[in-house]
Design a protein around this ligand. Structure first.
Ligand code: IPM
Ligand code: MN
Length: 367
């Protein structure tokens, strides 16, 4: 089959890791006889330098015209001036918002052979297999007013935490649908003891739960959830949280897997229906490792490309409906880890420490 994929490497280690994901994509094309047309676009700091905006219209058109988007990372000290008019992050936020990618799926698994790379005690990591469903187009990230100003008493700033019923319902439904296909446990995260949006969230979660009687639901306050993630991570199956809470909790959860560099994510405008065999065709979505641009190690050839490569696997599965291909990529990753290949960030147990390109190449070779 033929597919078009928009590739947005971005800044820092973004180009390093997306380059390896593309290498793996070529291997998938050869093995399974597909043709992938990868179209590159600028985003983030390098787009600001080139054309003055973090998300050029051209890039957005490339994304909208593609079957799926593979994204690297944006940002870096060069563009970090708090007074700057444009910021690299506007690029990714703009795509999420304009493509309506409200559902961010962040699976967290612990590969047993990497358990020694995690600072968490090994026995707690046994059986960790959760997916965090982060709301991605609402809340503090986007709601207005959002501004900074100055009055006679000094500087002021405001961000707005606002959610509509529709936004809360649709993200919870994504969570419940996923739970139905998994261990049927859903943790709804909120701050209902303090925030009005938290009380709204809990009320709606309780109502939506009625439609999924087979799913065991719990409501957990976000501060407590942050603690439980470390104390008993294996307890969690599907965790649903609003935008900012989901952002924070997933960086925390990544520690379980041994490294932020390991984790993939998918951002979708809805959940593709895998159950019904008659899919209408590709469902556009954006796929990115959850790590950032890591400017401190950019261009050194040492970044871990596995988060990007596993994001590619999610792209193949969720947007292109290529399940066997996605599984082949995931098995290739597991295979090279079992053989002892390690990038620096996951070398806690020794093993054969390799750079970004070598890791990408051995994974592609196994596909
Ligand atoms: C993430 C990142 C982004 C976010 C930044 C780069 C805007 O931290 O994808 O988790 O906060 O959503
Ligand atoms: Mn984040």
């Amino acid at each position: 089959m033929e597919f078009t994929i928009a590739v947005l490497p971005g800044d820092g280690i973004g180009p390093d890791v997306t380059g390896e994901a593309l290498r793996v994509l070529e291997a998938v094309a050869r093995r399974f006889g597909h043709a992938f047309d990868a179209r590159e676009g600028r985003i983030g700091g390098n787009a600001i330098d080139a054309v003055g905006t973090a998300l050029p219209d051209e890039t957005l058109e490339t994304c909208n015209g593609a079957d799926a988007v593979l994204f690297g990372a944006v940002g870096g000290p060069k563009w970090d001036d708090p007074g700057a008019r444009v910021r690299p992050e506007d690029g990714i936020l703009g795509i999420r918002r304009s493509m309506g990618l409200f559902a961010n799926l962040r699976p967290v698994r612990v590969e047993p052979m990497l358990a020694n790379s995690s600072p968490i005690k090994r026995d707690r990591l046994e059986g960790v297999d959760m997916i965090v469903v982060r709301e991605l187009t609402g809340g503090l990230y986007f709601a207005k007013p959002k501004k900074r100003w100055r009055n006679s008493r000094g500087r002021r700033g405001v961000d707005t935490l606002r959610y509509t019923e529709e936004e809360v319902v649709r993200i919870l439904r994504v969570g419940f649908s996923l739970a139905m296909a998994r261990r049927k446990r859903l943790t709804s995260v909120d701050k209902a003891n303090v925030l009005e949006t938290g009380r709204l969230w809990r009320e709606i979660a309780t109502e939506v739960a009625d439609d999924y009687p087979d799913v065991e639901v719990e409501h957990v306050l976000v501060d407590n959830a942050a603690m439980q993630l470390i104390v008993r991570p294996a307890h969690f199956d599907v965790v649903v949280a609003e935008n900012t809470f989901g952002d924070i909790l997933t960086d925390e959860a990544s520690v379980l897997s041994g490294s932020l560099g390991m984790l993939p994510s998918a951002s979708l405008a809805g959940l593709p229906d895998h159950a019904s065999g008659d899919r209408a065709g590709p469902v556009n979505g954006l796929y990115e490792p959850i790590h950032g641009s890591a400017p401190d190690i950019a261009g050194q050839g040492i970044a871990n490309p596995i988060g990007a490569i596993l994001s590619l696997a999610m792209l193949l599965r969720h947007s292109l409906g290529l399940e066997a291909e996605a599984t082949a990529v995931e098995q290739a990753v597991r295979g090279v880890l079992a053989e002892g290949y390690r990038t620096r960030d996951i070398a806690g147990d020794g093993g054969d420490v390799v750079g970004t390109v070598r890791m990408g190449s051995v994974i592609a070779g196994r596909v």
